[in-house]
Design a binder for this molecule. Structure first.
Ligand code: 5GP
Ligand code: MN
Length: 316
């Protein structure tokens, strides 16, 4: 399938991704936006997404993103990337109204929610999958950069086991466009502000291991976030850091989003299927990286997650 064949008759196109967009989400949404603007200059194209983190300012035309907007418009086509329709946030009603819905994703928990769905869980990232739906000769430096950012973020800079030969082939094709990939990796993936580093340190300091030291958990409360003057976007990477502790099979990180409400992130080395755990609590994701929102006290949530994790480790 070529994305262009699915959208070429459209005069109005909307593109969207999941709430709290990560690098893959922002990279694929912007990559597709730049691509369609180039190959369909006559079409009216809009992007709906929660405001991306500051680090993604390096992506061309990122300022075109419409955040927190509720329009009555009925688009000819809506392309939902890296998500299911129920995680589109403000764009969900716009998606539902669209005449044709296209869903491109790599989440194993997504069973497809479009008139046309391309779901490939073996792909490292939605950005990688999207690249293979484009005509390579139409890609330019700015499109390549957006896609590269998507791949880099979802593979942890080509480190996670979702990295395949195809991932690296595509990365090789992309860096031929000549953008400063090393700077992009440093500035969007590794670099942290001092406050981000401090709250990460605090979360690591207060982490606790349990289940025979095979699991690790930590939490950031709203009060802590106020104290360090950080927002949820500043907490990215903490759970990955916890997962890199020697001997740990499963890392859990939570931050408080409301009274008795927590956003949960989980990572595993493959011994625990965290997507299955997250799905039990209404979330989803991948085998080694997943998330959900949970209601209850911090300790109740740990208990409830532990039951699912212990069940899996028992059957190991
Ligand atoms: P993170 O822990 O980095 O927020 O998310 C890890 C992975 O799980 C990402 O692929 C993300 O899209 C997915 N994920 C996180 N939270 C949720 C959720 O509440 N629902 C679903 N379906 N997926 C989630
Ligand atoms: Mn992704």
């Amino acid at each position: 399938m070529r994305i262009i064949d699915e959208v070429k008759h459209a005069r109005t196109i909307a593109i969207g991704g999941h709430i709290r967009p990560d690098g893959d989400c922002v990279g694929s949404v912007m990559g597709l936006y730049l691509y369609l603007k180039k190959v369909m200059p006559e079409a009216e194209i809009d992007v709906y997404l929660d405001e991306p983190a500051e680090i993604f300012r390096c992506i061309s035309h990122i300022e075109d993103i419409k955040s927190g907007i509720n329009v009555e418009k009925e688009y000819d086509v809506f392309v939902a990337l890296d998500t299911t329709d129920d995680r589109l946030g403000d764009a969900e009603p716009i998606y539902r109204r669209a005449r044709k819905k296209i869903n491109v994703d790599h989440h194993i928990s997504n069973h497809g929610c479009g008139d046309v769905s391309v779901i490939e869980p073996d792909r490292s990232s939605t950005a990688e999958l999207l690249y293979d739906l484009m005509e390579p000769e139409k890609v330019d430096e700015e499109i390549a950069k957006a896609i590269y950012i998507g791949i880099v973020h979802d593979t942890g800079v080509f480190r996670y086991s979702n990295t395949s030969p195809r991932t690296l082939q595509i990365a090789a094709e992309l860096i031929k466009y000549g953008f400063d990939f090393s700077k992009i990796v440093d500035e969007t993936f590794f670099e942290k502000t001092y406050l981000q580093m401090q709250i990460m340190g605090r979360a690591v300091l207060e982490s606790v291991r349990f289940m025979g030291e095979r699991c690790i958990v930590s939490m950031v409360s709203r009060r802590m976030m106020e104290f360090y003057r950080v927002t949820p976007k500043d907490l990215d990477g903490i759970v990955n850091h916890l997962q890199s502790v020697k001997g740990v099979d499963c890392a859990i990180f939570m931050y408080e989003t409301g009274t008795l409400e927590y956003k949960v992130s989980m990572r595993s080395n493959g011994k625990v299927d965290v997507a299955a755990v997250a799905m039990k609590f209404g979330g989803g994701g991948h085998v080694r990286a997943a998330g959900c929102t949970m209601n209850g006290t911090y300790h109740d949530n740990i208990n409830n997650l532990s039951i699912e994790i212990a069940e899996q480790l028992k059957n190991e």
